[in-house]
Design a protein. Structure first.
Length: 216
């Protein structure tokens, strides 16, 4: 589990939003909707399927839908060449930034409008717990321990039917719907903070393990 940090204030969010967006050359005044994913670039995390989904979101985006989305991919790994090739082949309006390893993930999550996991399988995704602590809305594939981490805080997407293409279509539908609905985004953000407060901390997990060892 991630260690608990104090719940971010609106001022924390605005500071992170301004810093991150200026650093990445993005409009700091809400001219884009920032979608972020964090994880090693591997088949397990399947960022290529997320890029496919974002391309579908962007090609369906209309001027009245709100700020257009940009996808920030945080992490390094063996799938980077394939991911770079996929990004290069996307529709011209699809804005995907491969950021590599970052030491400012908490700020990136604070600055994001939405966190998305496209993993094919998972244990207990710590980065999603960090997204909850940041009060960031979450959409994720329903795999492994993801549902246990999110509880009722995020929106889950089936990853079992239709292969990667089916998963990409379902992710695109949910991500597009959430980004178009600012009230839903706000509600998911509130639920993220509430869920983060209910999750065990790293200290809780250590105490439980120590108790089990002493009583074993």
């Amino acid at each position: 589990p991630a260690a608990h940090r104090p719940a971010p204030t609106p001022q924390d969010r605005e500071r992170a939003r301004g810093r991150v967006r200026r650093l990445l050359g993005l409009d700091p005044d809400g001219g884009v909707a920032v979608v972020v994913t964090v994880g090693r670039l591997t088949g397990q995390k399947d960022q290529i399927t997320l890029v496919d989904a974002m391309e579908q979101v962007v090609t369906r985006w209309r001027p009245g839908d709100g700020p257009p989305p940009v996808l920030l991919v945080v992490g390094e790994g063996p799938d980077r060449p394939a991911l770079e090739a996929r990004v290069a082949s996307t529709h011209e309006r699809t804005d995907v930034r491969l950021l590599g390893h970052r030491d400012d993930v908490p700020d990136l999550l604070l600055a994001a409008d939405l966190a998305v996991s496209s993993a094919r399988w998972e244990g207990q995704p710590v980065w999603l717990q960090e997204a909850l602590q940041a009060g960031t809305p979450v959409v994720a594939t329903d795999v492994g321990g993801t549902a246990t981490v999110l509880g009722d805080a995020g929106l889950l997407v089936d990853a079992t039917a239709g292969g990667p293409e089916g998963t990409a279509q379902r992710l695109a539908e949910v991500v597009g719907r959430v980004l178009r609905d600012r009230s839903l985004l706000a509600d998911l953000g509130v639920r993220s903070l509430a869920r983060a407060a209910a999750l065990p901390t790293a200290e809780d997990a250590l105490a439980a393990a120590l108790t089990a060892y002493l009583e074993g």
